[in-house]
Design a protein around this ligand. Structure first.
Ligand SMILES: Nc1nc2c(ncn2[C@@H]2O[C@H](COP(=O)(O)OP(=O)(O)OP(=O)(O)O)[C@@H](O)[C@H]2O)c(=O)[nH]1
Ligand SMILES: [Mg+2]
Length: 326
């Protein structure tokens, strides 16, 4: 009897262990198959806008078709003049038949943003992400948070500091690499960014890294040689035997329409594949999301909602539209 009991307990323990191992594999595998799937939390990015309330109040006044006022409300929420005009046109065309303008605005915002488009990294070979943007937009912080997220999803991650211009840049990235538990490739200040990138790709390939995130120096879109340098870095990645899979443009949500104009120059100089909209935690003007989508034609991959490692959320358009027009 005792022997049977011992055998049963033993079996249960082995069973538990197997279940635990299987669960761990599923977690890692599941996460890496679907990189950064939207989790709906990005709806918390911007503070309450009150836009839905204002739109409903506008139409409740009984005044005949306040379309100009609606357009004005949208522009003030940073939607951007062109995107606001076309949004109002579409709502107006449907309003006679469909009723509730606030609900129509929400539907049209959703449609304008399209589906969620998470970061795309390859499976089974090195994925390279180049991170670009103007000074202080949040590039280094975004790399730190992204490294942290990808490492938590079970990927082997490395970060490279191609910002050899600013004295404190390497130190800042080193702190993030340590926090995220990922490998750092850096050289001394003043080194050629191309050389850093070549080294980083070579060493990442040798070590079987899954994702290499490259930080670049902040630059003004008006400085031609610096913009050309970004194109050069892309070629260096190729020379080292890899390819840039994603070029993320980091954009400060608080810079409004001026930021969009700068961003457009970036998309013209380098093949930007996605935008990371940072500092959305300090902004109530969520309309900037629409300006980015309409003005740049590039999907928003993530939103930054703070300075901590967990403060980078996959962008969820549906949840965002709900919240903007709540
Ligand atoms: N609140 C908040 N702060 C952020 C966010 N992203 C970045 N920051 C802060 O913005 C400041 C600039 O961030 P960096 O990551 O150094 O910006 P950068 O683009 O690398 O700057 P340069 O390398 O000088 O061009 C830092 O104080 C960050 O902590 C965010 O999503 N929310
Ligand atoms: Mg930086």
């Amino acid at each position: 009897m005792e022997a049977v009991l011992v055998a049963l307990v033993g079996l249960a323990m082995v069973g538990g262990l197997v279940a635990l191992v299987l669960r761990r594999r599923a977690q890692v595998g599941g996460a890496s198959a679907a990189v950064s799937q939207p989790d709906g939390r990005s709806a918390g990015a911007f503070g309450p806008t009150g836009l839905g309330t204002r739109i409903r109040a506008l139409f409740a006044r009984g005044q005949a078709a306040p379309w100009a006022e609606l357009e004005d409300l949208l522009v003030r929420a940073d939607v951007g003049p062109e995107a606001a005009r076309s949004l109002v046109e579409r709502v107006r065309a449907r309003a006679a038949a469909d009723g509730d303008p606030a609900a129509l605005v929400r539907e049209e915002v959703r449609a304008a943003l399209g589906p969620a488009e998470p970061l795309r990294l390859p499976e089974g070979r090195l994925g390279v992400v180049l991170v670009v943007g103007v000074n202080g937009s949040g590039k280094t912080t975004t790399i730190g948070k992204l490294a942290w997220r990808l490492a938590r999803e079970g990927r082997r991650v490395a970060v490279a500091n191609a910002d050899t211009f600013r004295a404190a840049a390497a130190e800042q990235l080193a702190t993030w690499a340590e926090r995220a538990g990922v490998q750092l490739v850096a050289q001394q200040r003043g080194a050629d960014p191309g050389a850093v990138v070549f080294d980083a790709v070579t060493s990442a390939r040798a070590r079987g890294v899954d994702a290499l995130l490259i930080d670049t120096a902040g630059r003004l879109h008006t400085k031609r040689p610096l913009m050309d340098e970004l194109a050069k870095l892309r070629r260096v990645v190729e020379k080292a035997g890899a390819a840039v899979d994603e070029t993320l443009l980091v954009l400060d949500a608080q810079t409004g329409q001026n930021g969009i104009a700068q961003a457009r120059a970036f998309t013209e100089a380098v093949a930007v594949t996605g935008v990371v909209l940072t500092k959305t935690d300090g902004s109530a003007r969520g309309g900037v999301v629409l300006s980015v989508r309409a003005g740049l034609g590039v999907p928003i991959r993530f939103v930054g909602v703070g300075e901590g490692p967990e403060d980078l959320l996959p962008f969820d358009p549906a949840a965002f539209a709900e919240r903007l027009l709540a």
